[in-house]
Design a protein around this ligand. Sequence first.
Ligand SMILES: [Zn+2]
Length: 150
Amino acid sequence: MCRYAAKTYKPHYACFDCRKTFKRRLLWDINRSDEDQEIQAKCPQCSTLMANMGKDFAAPKKDNIKQWELLKSIYSVGINFHSCGCSGPGYIPNSKESLIAHFNEILNEYHGHLKYWQLKKEPGNNTEKEKQYWLEKIKEAEDKLNILNG
Ligand SMILES: [Zn+2]
């Protein structure tokens, strides 16, 4: 049983410009039918749209500009800090290098999946779909790595 499934929690929203985080109640706590809706939150200080960092997010100190810059680039490649808590806290890298290493690991894993489907002796209905799926995932991860390697 997921310990967060039945419980209300407030995700952290971050403003990269002010280097601040705020907690906000999820919209779907109020209106369940809006579950899929993208929840947008504006920074109370500068009114910029904030990033939803999930509940496992631990904000760096305000004057730790380097760490904030890193978080911004992490967010730009689509990692956030959501996890349901079933397998521990979400992945939070502490440097650009470890972020790149993380993506390389993911990439390796995707290649493993792809290989599995490519080598499958008795292809089923899903084989082509699966191959396509993992090819796309690989492409995605490679794009992110390219952004990070700048
Ligand atoms: Zn702000």
